[in-house]
Design a protein around this ligand. Structure first.
Ligand SMILES: Nc1ccn([C@@H]2O[C@H](COP(=O)(O)O)[C@@H](O)[C@H]2O)c(=O)n1
Ligand SMILES: C[C@@]1(CO)OP(=O)(O)OP(=O)(O)OC[C@H]1O
Length: 157
């Protein structure tokens, strides 16, 4: 059986925090705000995997009200999602994703992001897609107020 899932996330910029995308710290003037490390890309991928499994979303497994996960590395969240997939007898065929960010430019970091994401999911880097686009200066992304990410996942049993 083949199943697909979709995920979307957005986080506002915040000064004084590191910018973490796909498990990689990216040099920038601002990081992203969140209870976790605010890795918007990993969060979108996590929801895509959970959606493919027909499970509740990331906030069910990692509630923002849980003080023990403050600052959690979102690669750990992906590891949990991969474990949930394995428990249900699924393997992850591939994930694909797009970051929507006016700044910074991120594609030069994509190979390392693919390594980190794939390792957390227990798959190979070529099973992970990471792409990026600006929002052509329109809307909250265009005003550099935050970063959005979307992802799909394909799982097979
Ligand atoms: N944050 C971003 C946004 C885009 N890129 C790369 O630039 C290319 C052109 O972007 P447009 O929005 O003008 O289409 C895009 O295909 C990416 O390769 C990036 O690295 N980081
Ligand atoms: C993992 C969590 C935990 O608080 O991370 P946040 O940084 O709050 O990010 P968000 O994408 O708003 O919601 C997911 C949360 O469950």
């Amino acid at each position: 059986m083949t199943r697909v899932g979709i995920g979307y996330d957005v986080h506002p910029f915040q000064e004084g925090r590191p910018l973490i995308l796909g498990g990689v710290e990216i040099p920038h003037t601002h990081g992203l705000q969140g209870h976790s490390d605010a890795d918007v890309l990993c969060h979108a991928i996590a929801d895509a995997v959970l959606g493919a499994l027909g499970l509740p979303d990331i906030g069910y497994y990692f509630p923002p009200s849980d003080a023990s996960i403050e600052g959690i590395c979102s690669l750990r969240i992906l590891e949990r999602c991969a474990a949930l997939a394995a428990e249900k007898g699924y393997t992850i065929e591939n994930v694909d994703s797009s970051l929507v960010a006016e700044a910074p430019r991120v594609m030069k970091h994509a190979p390392l992001m693919k390594e980190k994401i794939s390792a957390a999911l227990g798959i190979q880097p070529d099973q992970v897609g990471v792409k990026a686009t600006t929002n052509e200066r329109m809307g909250f992304v265009g005003r550099e107020e935050g970063i959005a990410a979307m992802a799909v996942a394909c799982l097979v049993k």
